[in-house]
Design a protein around this ligand. Structure first.
Ligand SMILES: Cc1ncc(COP(=O)(O)O)c(C=O)c1O
Length: 431
């Protein structure tokens, strides 16, 4: 093991032995090189002759660039063309941390790490797979989950999914959750929670959120060491009253010395920039201090350096222009209202058209991009999906045995037709 990794491990162990135990072998070996090219280049910064940096420069010292690109980009070349740091641009890291505190008032005064920039959330999840798991280790998650978790966790790292039932009646199956976590001295337990959820569009009620936190605390009290990964991809898109609006991270970041909370989030869906590829990894644990967080950030940035090297400077800089724009909040609110109005039409359609219940019923939903319907017995989901495509000009997703509908992507005026098509197609199939 490299001495720099050893040093980080000692820092982590000294601060919190649980965090060290939660690391997988790759995480234990990870480090961000303090010596080597990067640090030598940093030392040469500002010198009259700097022959260290791995980019090309113009004769005036600015980044070399093509006019055919600069004419389309209204940002200073320094913010666009050179590499961003593997940790991410310092300005966006600080700004995103500020945003996390603003959006989660109950996180107030709880110390958390500085967010490390990833190539969006998928990449953040993958880095966490590398950092915390060894082959064959389990990850607890609900049985209705984002299909891509298979490619992110199972395939590359051999992580085994330990699925729990998602719903019981109109809410979450908290007993199923408790059953996974109530094991006495199971040692390490890794859990992935994704709210608002893909595919169901469900976020816990305020009561359920507190119950989830309570289950985690009781498990930690028993001596279990818990890694709680929060996939907050759809954060902020909550449309109904009494639904938990903050991230569970706000509750978990200082819950217990045996609970490491990892928040995976980013502007992909929060700021409607799917193709920008910027995301963040942020850590929180009770009594976590700067030293512990810096060590975790260094390991994370080291894994990123060895994987994509660094995320897009252009995307990070563009986002910073939005975050300092006075209209940013107002613009976001407008988009939120559009999505909320689509959600409301879906709710109304399902309430008004009682006949739909003959063929499909909605699973609980209150947030995000999606909702799911469960099909009546005897209706073949794949045949229905095909029929909708071929005869009704309508595309939906069949996943986990249910039909997922992305109401986020359908104009409000077309939503009644979408559900009517679904109904007519079911009717045709059941003849
Ligand atoms: C639950 C969930 N997590 C993560 C992601 C990935 O987001 P990104 O595009 O930022 O990688 C998605 C995207 O669909 C998602 O649905």
């Amino acid at each position: 093991m490299d001495n720099q990794a050893l040093e980080l491990n000692q820092t982590i162990q000294k601060n919190n032995a649980t965090v060290y135990e939660l690391l997988g072998d790759k995480g234990k070996n990870a480090y961000f090189p303090k010596s080597g090219i990067l640090s030598q280049a940093a030392q040469a910064s500002g010198k009259k002759i700097n022959a260290t940096i791995g980019i090309a420069t113009e004769d005036d010292g600015s980044p070399m660039r093509l006019d055919s690109l600069t004419k389309n980009i209204g940002l200073a070349p320094e913010k666009v063309f050179p590499y961003a740091p593997s940790y991410g641009r310092p300005d966006i890291r600080a700004k995103w941390q500020e945003h996390i505190y603003e959006k989660n008032p109950s996180l107030k005064d709880k110390p958390i790490s500085l967010p490390v920039v990833t190539n969006a959330l998928t990449h953040g999840l993958s880095i966490i797979g590398q950092m915390f798991f060894n082959e064959g280790e389990k990850l607890v998650l609900s049985d209705l989950y984002w299909e891509n978790y298979g490619l992110v966790f199972e395939q590359p790292f051999g992580i085994k999914f330990d699925l729990m039932n998602t719903f019981s009646g109109e809410g979450l199956d908290l007993e199923a959750f408790e059953a996974k976590l109530s094991v006495k001295k199971a040692g390490k337990i890794a859990v992935l929670l994704n709210f608002p959820n893909n595919p169901t569009g469900y976020t816990p009620t305020e009561k359920e959120a507190l119950a989830i936190v309570d289950v985690i605390k009781r498990s930690a009290d028993k001596g279990n060491k818990l890694l709680i990964i929060l996939d907050d991809a759809y954060f902020g898109l909550v449309y109904k009253k009494n639904i938990f609006k903050e991230s569970l991270f706000a509750q978990l970041a200082d819950l217990h010395k045996n609970v490491l909370a990892v928040k995976i989030d980013g502007p992909t869906k929060e700021d409607y920039v799917w193709g920008f590829r910027v995301g963040f990894i942020t850590y929180g644990i009770k009594d976590g201090d700067k030293e512990l967080y810096s060590a975790l950030e260094a390991k994370t940035a080291g894994l990123i350096r060895g994987n994509i090297s660094n995320a897009s400077n252009l995307s990070q800089s563009l986002l910073m222009t939005a975050y300092s724009c006075p209209n940013y909040a107002k613009e976001k609110q407008k988009k939120f209202e559009i999505l909320k109005s689509r959600y409301e039409v879906v709710v109304k359609e399902l309430q008004d058209k009682k006949e739909y219940a003959e063929f499909f019923t909605a699973l609980p939903f209150n947030s995000g991009y999606f909702m799911c319907v469960d099909l009546a017995k005897g209706i073949d989901g794949e045949a229905l999906r095909r029929l909708l495509l071929d005869e009704f000009g309508t595309g939906v997703i069949l996943c986990g045995g249910v039909i997922r509908i992305a109401f986020s992507a359908v104009q409000k005026k077309l939503i009644p037709e979408l559900f009517d098509n679904l109904y007519q197609a079911c009717k045709k199939l059941s003849k």
